[in-house]
Write a protein that binds this ligand. Structure first.
Ligand SMILES: *[C@@H]1O[C@H](CO)[C@@H](O)[C@H](O)[C@H]1NC(C)=O
Ligand SMILES: *[C@@H]1O[C@H](CO)[C@@H](O)[C@H](O)[C@H]1NC(C)=O
Ligand SMILES: *[C@@H]1O[C@H](CO)[C@@H](O)[C@H](O)[C@H]1NC(C)=O
Ligand SMILES: *[C@@H]1O[C@H](CO)[C@@H](O)[C@H](O)[C@H]1NC(C)=O
Ligand SMILES: *[C@@H]1O[C@H](CO)[C@@H](O)[C@H](O)[C@H]1NC(C)=O
Ligand SMILES: *[C@@H]1O[C@H](CO)[C@@H](O)[C@H](O)[C@H]1NC(C)=O
Ligand SMILES: *[C@@H]1O[C@H](CO)[C@@H](O)[C@H](O)[C@H]1NC(C)=O
Ligand SMILES: *[C@@H]1O[C@H](CO)[C@@H](O)[C@H](O)[C@H]1NC(C)=O
Ligand SMILES: *[C@@H]1O[C@H](CO)[C@@H](O)[C@H](O)[C@H]1NC(C)=O
Length: 275
């Protein structure tokens, strides 16, 4: 993790240092189109410009301003951009359609004479799933649990670089974060059946979020009868998935959750903010 961080730091330093070109960050959600906007000078426009991708400066597109034509290198960079690039002949701006996670990286605009003109650092974020909120019926078989309380679990599968949080109104009650790896996350919440506050489970990354509101009437069920048998099974599967996830991931932030558990054990009521 630290290695990666240092690598990126050195990388951005050397680009800025050697070429003196500012690295412009661009963030996009997977599947969306993204335009890397440039405006070239009249002189540059009378010549060729090149778009190059990645640390290897792979040539992916070229604009011939003299005869107003563009050329795309479909097999370059393992063919990942095939059919998805567009060039604005007036400005030289590049548009990538239907973006994919493999489009993340550096994009350099190079003049005919090999001078770097612009650099973009494009990061493609995964499309966020809507969090699932499920009743934790295993509380029903636990004699320790209070029948005044409802316990639910919020979960998402196959996510990376996200935070999953429970909100009470606008304040964060608990939160869990995951870095690069694609894993499943789950976060429990215990509320009183009589509670009138608004609770919501939010998944977010740097650029977007998805919310599921807790509806005590539909998500919470009183503990009795057989109807929850399949519910128990679902929760067991969820717990197993969560444990596998926890085992595989290196960086999980449990601070808030642990803290709130402590508070709960001490029988206090508390609302805490993250950050
Ligand atoms: C590019 O963006 C990523 C994600 O935001 C960041 O980790 C990385 O340091 C940036 N690289 C450069 C060269 O700016
Ligand atoms: C446009 O010009 C470039 C070089 O100046 C040349 O390679 C290319 O074939 C030309 N394209 C057309 C359609 O004339
Ligand atoms: C250059 O080409 C584009 C698209 O191929 C066209 O829309 C535009 O009118 C052309 N511009 C000139 C000055 O010929
Ligand atoms: C469900 O509730 C039980 C008992 O209260 C608890 O031990 C378990 O961790 C909860 N499940 C999840 C997925 O949080
Ligand atoms: C019930 O939930 C409330 C609010 O989360 C908590 O303060 C209380 O300790 C819980 N009671 C029991 C018996 O678990
Ligand atoms: C998880 O996500 C990756 C890429 O985002 C995808 O290739 C994979 O099929 C997904 N797995 C599941 C179980 O959804
Ligand atoms: C989620 O949003 C919060 C602010 O609302 C932010 O601090 C946090 O970094 C975001 N999580 C991720 C993974 O970007
Ligand atoms: C919730 O609202 C109901 C009716 O509006 C009220 O009777 C009850 O006392 C409220 N409960 C709490 C904990 O505020
Ligand atoms: C979710 O994103 C919207 C804008 O897309 C923002 O207004 C809202 O504050 C975000 N919610 C959270 C909980 O971060």
């Amino acid at each position: 993790m630290l290695d990666v961080f240092i690598f990126f730091c050195l990388c951005s330093w050397s680009l800025a240092g050697v070429f003196g070109v500012e690295v412009k960050p661009v963030l996009v959600t997977e599947g969306d189109s993204v335009s890397l906007h440039i405006s070239v000078t009249e002189e540059e426009r009378n010549n060729e410009i090149e778009w190059r991708f990645g640390n290897g400066y792979t040539l992916i597109a070229k604009l011939f301003t003299k005869n107003n034509t563009s050329k795309f290198f479909d097999t370059a960079a393992d063919g990942r951009f095939k059919g998805r690039l567009k060039l604005d002949h007036q400005t030289g701006s590049l548009t990538i359609t239907n973006s994919r996670s493999t489009d993340s990286g550096l994009y350099n605009v190079i003049s005919e004479h090999g001078n770097p003109l612009f650099t973009f650092n494009c990061t493609v974020y995964g499309r966020l799933p809507v969090p699932d909120v499920l009743f934790n019926s295993s509380q029903c078989s636990s004699s320790l649990s209070s029948s005044q309380n409802c316990s639910v679990v919020c979960s998402v599968v196959n996510v990376s670089a996200v935070s999953l949080s429970w909100y009470k109104g606008k304040s964060v009650l608990s939160s869990i974060s995951v870095s690069d790896l694609s894993i499943s996350l789950s976060l429990p919440l215990e509320v009183e059946y009589q509670d009138n506050n608004t609770y919501s489970c939010v998944i977010n990354n740097t650029i977007s979020n998805q919310t599921t509101h807790l509806d005590i009437n539909t998500h919470c069920q009183p503990c009795s009868g057989y109807i929850y048998c399949f519910g128990i099974e679902a929760v067991i599967r969820l717990v197993l998935a969560a444990q596998v996830g926890v085992a595989t991931v290196a960086v999980l932030i449990y601070d808030i959750r642990t803290r709130s558990l402590h508070l709960k054990r001490r029988g206090q009521t508390s609302v805490s903010n993250t950050d």
